[in-house]
Write a protein that binds this ligand. Structure first.
Ligand code: ADP
Ligand code: MG
Length: 563
């Protein structure tokens, strides 16, 4: 069975294509959204998703989140003395989703299509693929999140149109311009910012709170900080249904409050909103279209639930954006539709995807700066947003007298200076010694649909040719390597999945106990003990009743009765 996965920075979803339609798959707690959070306790017990997010509140040092931002880097996370790379943490989330899908579908799941931000570079895509393999999944395709979202909308509306997908998730922002003229979905341009998302709005609220209450941010311990963040997060989401919030937090035993109106919040958000403008403008420019040419603006990502963001988008585009599909779910639904197409399901019309190269590919050259030849400049060969497959050639010349070889650096990125771009590989080729500028060398880049880059270097005078193939997202872990790394993750103990709701509730009780004082503490302690007693007696019916009771008790205490 093939599943589609939206592996998000904040939340992940899994879906499949069944009975002629895309179907979201609930996780072990019955929810479609699984937080992309991992936690490991002192005994090596693993927590993934909601229970990890809950646990992270009390044990931030044993928990990791937002690791998607570090995909493709060497960064390691220390979770209670054990070290994990972003790839491994992602694989634990994927494994949990895979299990949920297997239980839900009642059959083994072997293959997956995983979505990534369009702006992800080659290393980040490769890392995502490896994460899938570590989770025991054969990753059949990596698709761009906005492409998936546009497919979901395009299929729902059965309408050929030009779309602008505005995807503001937890940690990334992506803008894409796509056109559907059945059966072809063509990507015209993608742009984005890997370092802005809903989390920045939460940070903004935290900072506002500390500033208004006159508290130095450095003075907070980790636990207070995560409590403050949690409160800021719920206040931020509350703006979706109220115009005034009161944010509270107890710091060093003292309660602080900050009332805030949506107007004040909107004003404070201005610099963040402003940063969203630039990728939109860039994508329009790259696609060679104006705002009026866009038929539909599609909102994707949890952060677009915010009325402040929606108003901003409506103002910028002078129209009401489409919310036909839940912004949280569009990507997963699109990935599932891709699964249907991949398995040639008769119920679904195949959409042919034409893709673009998401980043510029080039090389390093010397450039005359008016006084002397300055080294280290970037020479783009394939510009970003060129429709692939594509092949482009640039001719370069020897830069010094008596130079005997030319070194071609293969770079990816947008920076003017070569060293700021990502080095994918190098080729060195010999040239006959002679005066500077005499020898001409052709550099040809060929980028195919599978993101494989072939570089061909050719010396005119000698007819010598060298080639190198840069593997794109097609690279696989060797079996031995995968086995070794999977084994490393195996020592993590997993709790039985049907105990997950109980576990989550106990973690929540523990956290609320620590957050409260005096009488409330005694009451929580008593309620939790009663539940623990029921668990010990191992009677299903009794556990069920006790769980409902504790859940109600904690809800009343945390959100007030009536919820
Ligand atoms: P990702 O794709 O990065 O995993 P999601 O699309 O799940 O992210 O979006 C998560 C972000 O959306 C979080 O920062 C969350 O705070 C934010 N979010 C969810 N609901 C709301 C809401 N009602 N108002 C504002 N932000 C929201
Ligand atoms: Mg997302």
């Amino acid at each position: 069975m093939l599943i589609g996965i939206d592996l998000g920075t904040t939340n992940s979803l899994v879906a499949c294509f069944r009975n002629g339609k895309a179907e979201l798959i609930p996780n072990r707690l019955g929810s479609f959204l699984t937080p992309s959070v991992v936690s490991v306790d002192g005994n090596g017990t693993l927590y993934v998703g909601e229970s990890a997010r809950e646990r992270a509140m009390l044990h931030p040092l044993e928990s990791a989140s937002v690791f998607k931002r570090s995909m493709g880097t060497e960064r390691e996370y220390d979770l209670g003395g054990r070290r994990f790379g972003a790839e491994e943490l992602s694989s634990l989330v994927l494994r949990s989703l895979k299990e949920d899908a297997e239980i839900y579908l009642g059959e083994p799941v072997t293959d997956a299509i995983i979505s990534v931000p369009a702006y992800f570079n080659d290393m980040q895509r490769k890392a995502t693929k490896r994460a899938g393999e570590l989770a025991g999944l054969n990753v059949m395709r990596i698709i761009n999140e906005p492409t998936a979202a546009a497919i979901a909308h395009g299929m729902a509306e059965q309408n050929d149109a030009r779309y602008l997908v505005f995807d503001l998730g937890g940690g990334t922002f992506d803008v894409s311009i796509l056109e559907l003229y059945s059966p072809i979905m063509e990507v015209h341009a993608i742009a984005g910012d890997n370092f802005i998302g809903g989390e920045d709005f939460t940070t903004l609220l935290c900072n506002l709170f500390l500033e208004k209450c006159g508290i130095a941010p450095e003075s907070l311990d980790l636990r207070t900080r995560s409590e403050l963040r949690k409160n800021a997060e719920s206040c931020k989401c509350a703006f979706s249904h109220t115009d005034h919030i009161i944010m509270c937090c107890t710091i060093e035993g003292r309660p602080y409050v900050m009332p805030l109106s949506i107007e004040e919040y909107e004003q404070a958000c201005a610099p963040l909103l402003d940063r969203l403008r630039r990728p939109v403008e860039r994508s329009l420019r790259d696609a060679g279209v104006s705002l009026e040419d866009i038929d539909q603006v599609v909102l994707v990502g949890g952060a677009t639930r915010s009325p402040v963001v929606r108003r901003f988008v409506a103002r910028m585009f002078k129209r009401v954006p489409s919310m036909r599909i839940d912004p949280d779910r569009a990507v997963a639904i699109g990935a599932a539709l891709q699964c249907g197409m991949k398995s040639r399901d008769r119920e679904i019309q195949e959409v042919v995807l034409t893709d673009v190269c998401p980043f510029t590919l080039g090389t390093e050259v010397m450039v005359d700066n008016g006084m002397f030849e300055e080294a280290g400049h970037y020479l783009p060969i394939i510009e970003r947003n060129t429709v692939i497959p594509v092949s482009r050639t640039q001719t370069v010349y020897t830069a010094h007298d008596n130079q005997t070889r030319v070194n071609v650096k293969i770079l990816q990125g947008e920076s003017r200076m070569a060293q700021n771009n990502l080095l994918l590989g190098e080729i060195t080729i010999p040239v006959p010694a002679g005066p500077k500028g005499k020898e001409a060398v052709d550099i040809t880049y060929t980028y195919d649909v599978n993101a494989l880059l072939e570089v061909d270097v050719f010396v005119h005078s000698t007819k010598v040719r060298r080639k190198i193939l840069i593997q794109g997202s097609g690279s696989r872990l060797s079996d031995a390597e995968a086995a070794e790394r999977m084994e490393k993750l195996q020592y993590l103990k997993q709790n039985p999945r049907d105990e997950e709701p109980n576990r989550l509730l106990l973690l929540r009780g523990e956290r609320m106990y620590e957050e409260s004082t005096a009488d409330a503490r005694i009451a929580i302690d008593r309620a939790v003990m009663e539940f623990e007693r029921a668990l010990k007696r191992q009677d299903r019916g009794e556990i069920e009743r006790a769980r409902k009771k504790l859940e109600k008790f904690l809800n009343d205490m945390e959100f007030g009765s009536g919820q």
